[in-house]
Design a protein around this ligand. Structure first.
Ligand code: SAH
Length: 224
């Protein structure tokens, strides 16, 4: 990838400040910070929101959705530790920014988004950046993407009333799954691991607020 070819150097200073904010949030993993420097976040943010592209805050991306807060995404990467040989499932492509970071760290990324307009926008940006190891699908990610399972890493950026069992089923031995689970307004971020056939679960952050995961094993589409 040649990020320089599609980057805009006006944003270099803002990106440096964002990386400092991520570091201040407690993530000092240099590999992760380097990837935030390599991926021009403004390319994933709609034009009207460009002035907020490098804020360490959630940013609206249209369709009633938001790109997650960068320091939270760094926390995700820190906990999931994608390796170069890992196959990764992402549920909730959204802007595609985390997709790009995952594609730099893992082998292949399979990302599912229920809103077609978001998926096609992410596709355009990822193609323009030259990523060839990302497959996107429009559909219900609560049922996973069985065709390419099992996955060493599964990441969910929307909140569910419970852990979708289809995602646990598609987790490889040694695999890590990160998902916010709880009530509509507030959730705990759960890290689930498969070790020697056993499923281990721990809460890694309490009191988070994510957009709802809508689908068969998430919240009902009608908001119930
Ligand atoms: N990491 C993304 C997060 C986007 S917000 C980013 O930073 O841009 C979460 C996304 O999950 C939204 O785009 C929403 O449409 C999507 N989503 C919600 N339920 C889903 C489901 N069942 N399957 C796939 N995507 C879903």
């Amino acid at each position: 990838m040649e990020p320089g070819s599609v980057d805009d150097f006006r944003y270099v200073g803002a990106r440096r400040r964002l990386i400092e904010a991520i570091r201040a949030s407690g993530i000092d993993d240099l590999e992760i910070l380097r990837h935030f420097d390599q991926v021009p976040r403004h390319l994933f943010i709609p034009e009207g929101m460009l002035h907020r592209a490098y804020d360490d805050a959630p940013v609206p991306i249209g369709f009633g959705q938001t790109a997650s807060q960068p320091s939270l995404q760094a926390f995700y990467l820190h906990l999931l530790r994608p390796n170069p040989e890992d196959r990764i499932l992402e549920v909730g492509t959204g802007s595609g920014f985390l997709t790009a970071l995952l594609a730099l760290m893992g082998d292949r990324v399979y990302s599912v988004e229920r809103i077609r307009g978001l998926s096609s926008r992410a596709r355009k940006v990822l193609d323009a950046m030259g990523f060839q190891n990302v497959a996107l699908m429009t559909g219900d990610g609560t049922i996973g993407w069985r065709k390419f399972a099992p996955y060493q890493v599964i990441t969910v950026a929307a909140a569910s009333p419970e852990v979708p069992h289809a995602l646990v089923d598609q987790l490889a031995e040694g695999g890590r799954l990160l998902i916010p689970v709880g009530e509509r307004e507030v959730q705990d971020l759960l890290l689930i691991r498969r070790r020697e056939g056993e499923i281990l679960q721990e809460s890694v952050r309490e009191g988070c607020t994510f957009v709802p995961l809508l689908g068969r094993y998430g919240w009902d589409e009608d908001g119930g």
